[in-house]
Design a binder for this molecule. Sequence first.
Ligand SMILES: Cc1cc2nc3c(=O)[nH]c(=O)nc-3n(C[C@H](O)[C@H](O)[C@H](O)COP(=O)(O)O)c2cc1C
Ligand code: SF4
Length: 537
Amino acid sequence: MFAKFGTVFTQFEFFPSRLSSDGVVIFSCFLADEKDSFRLFFAFFTFCHARSPDDVEPLIIIETLSLASPGYVTHDITLDICRFTRYKREHSISKNTAVLFPFLNADDELQNELAKIGGTLPISDDLSVLSEPLTFGQTKKYTIPNRFVVQPMEGFDSGPDGEPTELGFRRYERFATGGAGLIWFEATAVRAEARSNSQQFWLHKKSVDRFATLEEKTRSLAKKQFGHDIVTVLQLTHSGRYSKPARGQRLPVIAQHSGVLDSAHNIPNDYPLITDDELNRLQDDYVAAAKLAVKCGFDGVDIKSCHGYLLNELLGAHTREGKYGGSFENRTRFLRETIERIRNEVPTLFVTTRLNVYDAVKYPWGFCANREDYKQWDLTEAKMLAKMLYELGVPLLNVTIGNPYFNPHYNRPYAKTIRGATPYNEYPLLGVVRFANIVREMQKSLPQLPMFGAGTAWLRHLVPNVAAGIVQQGWAKLFGYGRGAFAYPDMPKDIMEKGSADTKKVCVACSGCTELMRTESPTGCIIRDRDYYRLPE
Ligand SMILES: Cc1cc2nc3c(=O)[nH]c(=O)nc-3n(C[C@H](O)[C@H](O)[C@H](O)COP(=O)(O)O)c2cc1C
Ligand code: SF4
C-alpha cells in the first residue's frame, strides 16, 4: 500500500492525448531517469475533474501510472505537479516525491484502506448534522450556527504595522461568505518580536482599527449572506523558537534547550532561555492584546499553545528550572495564569486555547509523548490540563498535535513534501486517523467541554463524510478545517444549501500553501485560487 517508487525520474514531459468520458485527461509522457537517458514509456496519467485537455487543473494526485516496461508495475503515485500548470513543459521531480498513495474514490474504498491499516474513522452519508447549531459557554452562552470551524490560517500578508491588508480582507470575506459558523482568526502576534515573519498579523494600538474593521466586516458579511451571527476568535501568539520578525532574520525565543529541536533549527548550546521576568512581561502583552481584541468585537481570544511555539514549548519544558518549568504544575502555569488574568481583566471576552495535546517530540523535550516511545501518545497530562482549563472557565477547546516545522505529517497529513523539507513517507491516512483519534480521546475525557480538531484535508472529497461522522458519532462537537478553507471556502455553504460538496473544488493536500509560507510569500491556495497565489519559480 505504501512504497517508494523504484526509479527517480529527473525529467518528464507531458503530451495530452485525449479526454475520457468522465472528464479525465489521459496523458502520454516521456520520462527520463537519473542517467538522463530518455526512454519512452507508455504512461497514462489521469487527472480528475479536468474539463478538457486545455483545462487541466494541476492536481497532484496522479491516479495511475502504467509503465510498459519490464520490472515496472502499475502504481499510484504522487508527483511534483504543483509547478506544472501547462503541459508540454519539462519538470524536475525531486527524490522521494514519487510515493505510492492510493486515490480513494468512495467511502467503501476509504473503509477498505482503514481496514488495511487497522485504523478507524467515522464516516456518514448524512451530512445534515453539520448544519446543526451548537450552544456553548459556562456563564455567557454563545451559539455557533453550524458545526463548521475555519481553523486559523496565516496569510503572511499584513502591512508594515501588522495590520490586515486587502488580501487579508479578501481571505476573511471568503471565509464569511463560505458559511462557517465559527471563524478562528489566524495567528496574531502580541509584540513585534513575537512574529513568525515580517508579514504576520500583529495587534497593537497602531493596528487595532484595521482589526476592528476586519472583524466587523467578516461578521456583517456572514449575517448579510446567511442571516446568522457567527462566533469569532482571535489567535494570539508568540512564535518562540520560530520567531522571525524581519525578513530573513531569525530571533528565536526558547523556553528550554531541546536535544531534538535545537539541532534541527541551528540553535547553539549556549543560546539564552527566556527568563521568568521576561515571561511575566510577556503576560502583560497578552492581556493588552486581549483588551484590544474585545474592542475589535471578537467574542474570544485563543492563547495559542501549539505547533512548537513558545507557550507550547513551555508545556513540555521538563528541563527548565524555576516556576515555569519542570513539574506539570509549573509547565502549565504560564498558560493558566494568562487565561486567569484575561478572564479577570477582560470579563466580556471568552478565553480559549489551541492546545497541542501531543507534540510527538522525545521526552524530556515535548508534551504528552510516551516516555519510552515518542511515536506513541500519552494524553494523561493533556486531559488533566483540559480539565483545569475548563475549571478556569475555558468554554471551548481547539485540539491539535505536532509541529509543522519538525514533524508536519502529524499536524497536516499531506500528499507531497514541500521542497527542501525532510520527507517522512508516512501513509497520510495514518496521520489523519492518528489526529482524529487523539481528538476523540480528548473529547471523550471531558464531554462537557466542546472540542474539535483538524488535519483531514488529505481525504479531499471524502472530507464532508468524515466531518459528519466525527460530529454524529461524538468524536468532537465541531469540525475544524484549515487548508480546505483556503481551497474551497464555500464548502459549508454548499453542504448546507445543496446537501453536498463539489469534488472539483476540494483541497488536494499538495502542501503548496505551506511552501508559500516557508518562502515568506503571501499564503493561499495555489491550486484553487491560483490567480492570487503561485509558488515562486
Ligand atoms: C498555510 C497554513 C497556515 C496556517 N496557519 C495557522 C495559524 O495561523 N495558526 C494555527 O494554529 N494553525 C495554522 N495552520 C494549521 C491549520 O490551522 C490546520 O491545523 C492544518 O492545516 C491541518 O488541518 P487541515 O487538514 O484541515 O488543513 C496553518 C496551516 C497552513 C497550511
Ligand atoms: S489549500 Fe494548500 S494544500 Fe490544499 S490544494 Fe491549496 S495549496 Fe494545496
